[in-house]
Design a protein around this ligand. Structure first.
Ligand SMILES: [Fe+2]
Length: 413
């Protein structure tokens, strides 16, 4: 039976189960391409061969899952090769201090997967930068089997290909790629520079629970909703024999897995588990008469961290409001900010591509003069991605090569 339908809301019973086991529901059931009317039943190709059913599920058959139908069994591995261990090297000088890294000064590589630069990490997440000029021949098939990924596209455009179809992306998009999903980045043009800020999350990544009702639907106060979420578009399966190498990350080991067929051989799928995209420009800011705290900017939740988006918005409208934030000791969280354009209302000395770490244990606040500057201003054009972690972060040695060592004294004016 042929079906190709748009996303729709989940039935109540399913979302209750998801809420209980997964923290927050993914709101959409999606079906793409061709699937049999009933699961686990005969579904044949024109040749008479069976399509090969494949459950991609989580939490031991209790979490979100999708059913995919392949032309070839996804198990046809012809060989494996060790690429290497992923070892996160901590910096040598762990003194507690304010940190600033100019990521735009990191070299541009040729691989968005094995060439990533680790920046910050703890047991819950790793933040790294993938910056490479690639073309379609260099695009690597990649499956992160140990972490969900939130990828912020800072520069460049292209298509995220996966077993689930294609998802066009451009600068400003978040790509959420749940663990286990094979994918690759196809740049829009030859030698396109893609700059991606990658958050690898040990736990599942979801929209904030408080944005959704008990059925998994986004509530009216949520800064984004179902219409803002983009899911893969269907493309017909590729039935190609040959040698295709996948890079799989599991247990901090990268392995090259060789298949004897093209992995994009899915004729249809359905379920709750798939990659999706949200543009930072579709995040609708919440503003008020007085300064709104960071939780109004929250975009995603993970285990042990939240991710927030600071987007262009009108400033506070109380006649005596100070729009810049007050000094604050967020004593239970490290604050990471990635500056996605040149502007940030409370900072000086940062630029596009800067990354700052304000660790728990040190109060932080606006740079000298910034509180005064903000009084009477109507709006900000800032664009930034913030990750607040509940456990302390370790700075990776690789990040220190582009560190602004004077940053810790930058509040002196
Ligand atoms: Fe802060």
């Amino acid at each position: 039976m042929r079906r190709c339908v748009e996303p729709r809301f989940a039935p109540n019973t399913s979302t209750h189960a998801l809420t209980a086991s997964w923290g927050a529901p993914m709101a959409f059931y999606v079906q793409r391409g061709e699937v049999p009317r009933k699961r686990h039943t005969i579904f044949r190709q024109r040749s008479g061969e069976l399509y090969r059913e494949h459950l991609m599920g989580t939490l031991g058959f209790s979490g979100p899952a999708s059913l995919l139908y392949h032309v070839h069994p996804p198990t046809r591995v012809t060989g494996t090769r060790l690429i290497g261990r992923v070892e996160l090297q901590p910096e040598e000088d762990p003194r507690l201090r304010m940190r600033h890294f100019r990521l735009s000064d990191l070299p541009v590589g040729e691989s968005l997967i094995v060439g990533r630069t680790p920046l910050l990490f703890n047991a819950d997440l790793t933040i790294s930068l993938a910056s490479a000029k690639t073309d379609s021949e260099q695009a690597e098939f990649y499956r992160n089997a140990q972490a969900d990924e939130i990828v912020y596209v800072s520069e460049g455009s292209g298509t995220l290909e996966s077993e689930f179809g294609v998802l066009p992306f451009q600068a400003g998009d978040y790509l959420v790629i749940p663990r286990g999903i094979l994918h690759r980045y196809q740049p829009a043009s030859a030698h396109e520079h893609l700059r991606l800020l990658v958050v690898e999350s040990a736990g599942p990544v979801t929209p904030p629970r408080r944005y959704c009702n008990e059925r998994g639907q986004f509530l009216e106060h949520s800064p984004y909703c179902e219409r803002d979420i983009r899911v893969p578009q269907f493309v017909p399966p590729r039935d190609e024999k040959g040698t295709f190498e996948l890079i799989v990350k599991q247990n901090n080991v990268l392995t090259a897995i060789e298949l004897d067929h093209h992995p994009w051989d899915v004729v249809g799928w359905d379920g709750y588990y798939y990659p999706w995209a949200l543009s930072i420009y579709d995040f609708e800011p919440i503003t008020g008469r007085l300064h709104q705290p960071p939780p109004v900017h929250q975009t995603f939740q993970g285990h042990g961290f939240v991710l927030c988006s600071f987007v262009p918005r009108l400033f506070d409208y109380h006649p005596e409001a100070i729009p810049a934030p007050y000094n604050h000791s967020n004593v239970m969280s490290d604050e990471v900010l990635y500056y996605a354009n040149e502007e940030f209302m409370s900072r000086k000395g940062i630029g596009y591509g800067s990354l700052t770490l304000h660790p728990a244990g040190l109060p932080h606040g606006p740079h000298p003069g910034k509180a005064e500057d903000s009084i009477g201003k109507q709006e900000t054009r800032e664009l930034a991605v913030m990750v607040d972690t509940f456990r302390p972060l370790t700075v990776a040695a690789a990040a220190t090569s582009v560190e602004d060592a004077d940053y810790e004294r930058s509040w002196l004016g």
